[in-house]
Design a binder for this molecule. Structure first.
Ligand code: FES
Ligand code: FES
Length: 163
């Protein structure tokens, strides 16, 4: 077992984990953060996307021990009390989800895209989200949601929210 200390959604946690434990397993099984989901477990679908020090990573592709000393933000750390993050709000406004399975990962990835391109073109959004798959194939409204978030938050800080 290895001792790790990290910040997750603003809370400091310290734990003993097996060296082979994946970050997504740690978040779900040890911290109960089931908003981060597992779709493929092979870094193909993006459902497990979280932020590690403010950049998106596929948490099925990162070991929990690699997060030692770092900051992790999950979908559960985005809202401010009852106030949704602007990108969450945009997905609600533009019907950016159907079954919702891909949504946590899509939103985490979308925030990363918006941090890099505060006023993205549609092509930049599509390119930025290409590692995230939606089984419901709702891509049109997902892209619309990200463009809506860019338009309505007006700045990187607004789109980035809790980072
Ligand atoms: S579960 Fe991590 S990319 Fe699919
Ligand atoms: S909304 Fe169902 S997988 Fe994307």
């Amino acid at each position: 077992m290895v001792r790790i200390s990290l910040d997750v959604d603003g809370d400091h946690v310290s734990d003993e984990v097996e060296p082979r434990m994946l970050l997504v397993q740690y978040l779900r099984e040890k911290l109960g953060k089931t908003g981060t989901v597992v779709g493929c477990d092979t870094s193909n679908c993006g459902a497990c996307t979280v932020h590690l020090d403010g950049r998106s990573v596929k948490s099925c592709n990162v070991l929990a021990v690699q997060a030692d000393g770092h900051e992790v933000t999950t979908i559960e750390g985005l809202a401010d009390g009852d106030e949704l993050h602007p990108v969450q709000e945009a997905f609600r406004e533009c019907h950016g989800l159907q079954c919702g399975f891909c949504t946590p990962g899509m939103i985490m990835q979308a925030i990363d895209v918006l941090n890099e391109h505060p006023q993205p073109t549609e092509e930049e959004v599509r390119l930025g989200l290409e590692g995230n798959l939606c089984r419901c194939t709702g891509y049109h409204n997902i892209v619309k949601s990200v463009l809506y978030a860019a338009e309505h938050s007006g700045s990187t800080a607004g789109a980035g929210g809790a980072q």
